[in-house]
Structures are given as C-alpha cells and as structure tokens.
Design a binder for this molecule. Structure first.
Ligand code: NAI
Ligand code: MG
Length: 381
C-alpha cells in the first residue's frame, strides 16, 4: 500500500483542535482511496518556546525535511511577543523548504452564504498565488534611534527575477489547467522598480503560454474587484504582502477565516510542502470547540492534491463542502456542533460522498494541483 509520511505541527490555540479534525477526514480519504498516512507529531509553537526558549532548531528542520508533507495548525500566543513564532517558525520554514509559492483558493461552496451580496458559488472560484519568500517579508532593515522622536525605520523589500519567475510560471501552469486567465496584482504605479520587474516577468512567461490570457489590477483596486466581481478572476498572481492581504479579503468573501485554506508549495518537490489554514491560533475561542475545522480540512485536501492523490483530495473537499452547507452558522456556538464533532462528520461523509460533486466547472484546483504535482514528481525523477 502507498504510504505517505506526514509531519504534523498542531501548534497553539485552536491549532490542535482543527488539525485533529482535519486529520480525521484525511485518514478517511486515504482509507477510501487505498493508501495510508504515517503521521508524526512535531512539537513546535508557543508552549515549546516558553518551555525551552527555542523556536525552531536545525535538528527539527532536518527531521521535517524527511517527510512527504507538513501539516500545520496555527502558531501564536498572547504570552509570546508578536513575530517570534510567526517569523521564526512559519516564515523560516517557508524559506528553508523553498516553498516559493503560496496557494490560496478563494471559493464559495454551494450552500455557504457569502457576507457579500451577489457572490455565488457560480461566480466565486479563484486562486491567489502569492510569492512566499520575498518582498517585504525578508525582514531586512533597521530601526535607528528607536523610542526617540528621531526614530527612523527602514524595512527592505526584495524582489528577485528567479523567485518571481517561479511564482508566475506556476500561476500560468495552474491557469492552463483551469480557466486560462492570469491577473497580476501589484502596485506598479507607485512601487515602480519591483512593479516593473513583476510586469516584465509576466510578459516573458506569458509568451510560453499563448492560450492563457493575462491582465493587470492594482492591489488597491483589487480590494473593490475581489468582493464585488470575483467572477472576473481565475488565477491571481501577486507578491508576498499583497497576497497576504488580498487573500484575507478573499477569506471573508468565501465565508470567513474558518473556511480559508492554503498551501506553502515547493514546486520542484525538492523539500516538503506545508499546508495550513489561513487563520491563526484564535486565542479568543481556543478550547471552546467553536473553531470551524473547514479551513484545516480544506488545507488537508490541498495536501492530498499536492501528494498527487486527486480522488482523495476531491473526496475530502466535497465532504467538507457538504458539511459546511448544513451549518446554521460558520463559526462559534452557532455552528451547532463543536470542532471535534464536525471533524467526525466530515470523515464519515468522506466515505460516501461523490468526489465529482464539487469538482467545479473550469478545472478544479484539487484536480489541477494533483496533475501538476504528478508532473513535478516525474520531472524530478
Ligand atoms: P486569527 O485568525 O487567529 O483570529 C481572527 C478572528 O477569527 C478571531 O476572532 C477568531 O476567533 C476567528 N477565527 C479564526 N479562525 C477561526 C476558525 N477556524 N473558526 C472560527 N473562527 C475563527 O487571527 P489573530 O487573532 O489576529 O491572531 C491570533 C494569533 O495567531 C496571533 O498570535 C497571530 O500572530 C497568529 N497568527 C498565526 C498564523 C499562522 O499560524 N499561520 C496566521 C495568522 C495569525
Ligand atoms: Mg495573513
């Protein structure tokens, strides 16, 4: 039987709750499709940091590297100053494992109510491809004379043609498997140097994909187009900061943070990819059973797709969507079931759901990613 080795970082707050629920669905999908998952819990996050002072050590990075994929819950804790875990762990792993693209689907599933009027399952199915290792997130810069009236902060933004090309190339490959449209989102009118580099890379890569149309939208204008007319987008490609921001906007459009999934994806397969919900550790609801596990379950479905397991990915996605459609509310006690019970419901549904049910028109992301993952694996061999 095929077996995948999965490292599981449950993390902090609601991280363990949603990850356990997602794993239940993932194991069910593996069972249904005839393979197995060998999971190993990896102790990282606030508790370990508070206990040992260590965020991420070389030994743990090497151990994670031996796995086929990493599943992450969320990290962050009010007792730990902001940035220590988020930068020291998540950003560090994205860089260490060359997870050069971040895949963030923005999809409204049938039966789920968007808070934005006029957004429907038919017109809301796009994917944000965010460059994942550069831009303002490289962390370089200085703060001189901190805490004085003369304080000066410089925060560097780095854009390389190599990482930009990897990201844009992936966006075009994905679009080719979907509705064949790529939109570059940037701020070329103000961030002229980085903007010019991005636009030139898009123009270059586009020459290799003549069947894929491409256009451009400024990041601020995107904040209007995305909620009001999501149907105009198929694959949106953008830099690290804009991608972080517009995908949270996308999360709202698709029903909230409890539903938004993501993949930190190593395109070449040279190190494991890491799959995590877009939301954080939600300390305000941790331990209450009020967290919606859908974002984690859909991230787990992306993980199955990233492993090339198309049918299992589609089953887990369809099961999650079908349970979501039954919820009276998408978060909190109004969901009518707690996080663990929802995980059980998703796992049970995986066994009898029709995987084609939510495969979507115009090329499902799960199918497209599975195909690209299999092509990538062949290319590496
Ligand atoms: P958050 O995403 O944890 O929570 C924002 C709001 O959404 C809260 O009201 C929360 O209750 C709600 N929410 C989040 N996930 C939910 C779910 N699955 N079901 C129902 N409601 C949900 O963001 P916040 O509060 O800004 O950050 C909390 C901590 O998480 C901070 O330490 C932050 O740095 C960290 N963080 C970590 C991330 C990661 O691990 N990738 C990403 C974002 C934040
Ligand atoms: Mg974010």
């Amino acid at each position: 039987m095929r077996t995948y080795r999965l490292a599981v970082v449950k993390g902090d707050g609601i991280g363990p709750e949603v990850t356990e629920a997602a794993l239940r669905g993932m194991h069910a999908a593996a069972r249904r499709c005839g393979f197995s998952l060998d999971t190993a819990d990896v102790d990282l996050g606030a508790e370990r940091y508070l206990r040992t002072g260590e965020v991420l050590d070389e030994g743990t990075v090497s151990a994670l590297r031996t796995h086929d994929a990493v599943l992450l819950g969320a990290v962050g804790d009010p007792r730990v100053p902001p940035g220590i875990l988020e930068r020291g762990l998540i950003v560090a792993l994205r860089v260490a494992f060359a997870q050069s693209v971040n895949i963030r689907p923005v999809r409204l599933y049938p039966g789920v109510q968007s808070p934005i009027r006029g957004v429907t399952a038919q017109n809301c199915d796009l994917v944000v491809i965010r460059e994942n290792t550069e831009g303002l997130y490289t962390g370089g810069g200085t703060l001189a004379h901190a805490g004085t009236p003369h304080a000066v902060a410089v925060q560097n933004s780095l854009t390389t043609v190599a990482a930009t090309t990897d990201t844009v190339e992936f966006a075009f490959r994905l679009a080719q498997e979907r509705r064949r449209r790529v939109t570059l989102c940037h701020k070329t009118n103000i961030l002229m140097h980085a903007g010019q580099l991005w636009q030139e890379v898009v123009d270059q890569v586009a020459l290799r994909y003549p069947e894929v149309e491409h256009d451009y939208v400024h990041a601020d204008a995107m904040c209007q187009h995305l909620p009001l007319d999501p149907g105009r987008f198929d694959v949106v490609v953008t830099d690290n900061l804009f991608g972080d921001i517009i995908s949270d906007l996308g999360a709202t459009v698709q029903g909230g943070l409890g539903l938004a999934a993501s993949a930190n994806y190593n395109v070449a397969g040279s190190a494991p990819s890491m799959y995590e919900p877009v939301h954080g550790s939600a300390p305000d609801i941790a331990g209450k059973g009020w967290a919606n596990p859908a974002a984690a379950a859909l991230s787990a479905a992306l993980c199955l797709a990233g492993l090339g397991e198309r049918e299992a990915a589609l089953c887990l996605e369809a099961a999650t969507a079908s349970v979501l459609a039954e919820l009276p509310s998408l978060a909190g006690p109004g969901m009518g079931s707690d996080t663990a019970a929802l995980g059980e419901r998703i796992a049970a549904r995986v066994m009898d759901v029709d995987p084609a049910q939510h495969a979507g028109g115009g090329g499902s992301l799960m199918s497209a990613l599975s195909r690209l993952a299999r092509e990538g694996a062949t290319a590496v061999i």
